[in-house]
Design a protein around this ligand. Structure first.
Ligand SMILES: C[S@@+](CC[C@H](N)C(=O)[O-])C[C@H]1O[C@@H](n2cnc3c(N)ncnc32)[C@H](O)[C@@H]1O
Length: 197
């Protein structure tokens, strides 16, 4: 699985124009305040877009993007701590963060429910999770197409699940949606979620 993830990472690295994103990074992380944990930071492309964070801890299993992320971290006015880790086993104490964020990550995480349980564990009470993700289509015919594409897509993308029902997984993991916006006919979602009490 590490080799597959590594292929995915290199493919992602090869598309800097796509990585810069048409505005989604600013929308997703620009307003996040306090102590933030970013999951699967890739090449650190979100770092220049944080405007209100007091500190960012960022984890990523693949070492390929650490150099670029460290370079970007030197240009921001808040402390950034980069660590090698997976979302399924976060190396942080319970209730450590005000906010957790992930952009285009939960499609690739191998065990998303385990990762969401970890996110719950490290979030403080009233903390929030912010995601920008491509997801399973809400239209049954399109979800059917995604299901057929899923095997080859996962192989050729290096581990990305094109049909992943991230919204359903969030609910199953005990999160409630506080803000939800869908784009591209529901193929892409922007979410703020909190833990159900
Ligand atoms: C499409 S890239 C997105 C990177 C970055 N979040 C961005 O917006 O540019 C997917 C990222 O998820 C990471 N990833 C895959 N499985 C993961 C896991 N189990 N835990 C944390 N990150 C993971 C990959 O290594 C990769 O950096």
């Amino acid at each position: 699985m590490d080799a597959e993830r590594s292929i995915g990472m290199r493919l992602w690295g090869a598309w800097p124009w796509l990585r810069r994103g048409p505005g989604f990074r600013e929308r997703t992380v620009g307003h996040l305040a306090g102590q933030v944990l970013e999951i699967g930071f890739g090449y650190g492309d979100n770092l220049p877009h944080y405007r209100a964070a007091s500190a960012v801890w960022a984890i990523e299993p693949d070492p390929d993007g650490f150099g670029e992320a460290a370079r970007l971290a030197r240009g921001v006015p808040f402390p950034v701590t980069l660590s090698r880790a997976v979302a399924e086993a976060l190396p942080f104490a319970d209730a450590s963060f005000d906010t957790v964020v992930g952009t285009l990550v939960f499609c690739s995480v191998s065990a998303p429910l385990a990762a969401l349980a970890e996110v719950r564990r490290v979030l403080r009470p009233n903390g929030t999770l912010h995601l920008f993700e491509h997801v399973r289509a809400p239209q049954p015919w399109l979800a059917w197409v995604q299901d057929r594409l899923s095997g080859p897509w996962k192989h050729w993308s290096g581990g990305c699940h094109v049909n992943r029902d991230t919204v359903g997984l969030l609910r199953a993991a005990g999160f409630s949606l506080q803000r939800f916006r869908s784009r591209l006919g529901g193929l892409v979602v922007e979410i703020q979620a909190g833990v159900k009490i």
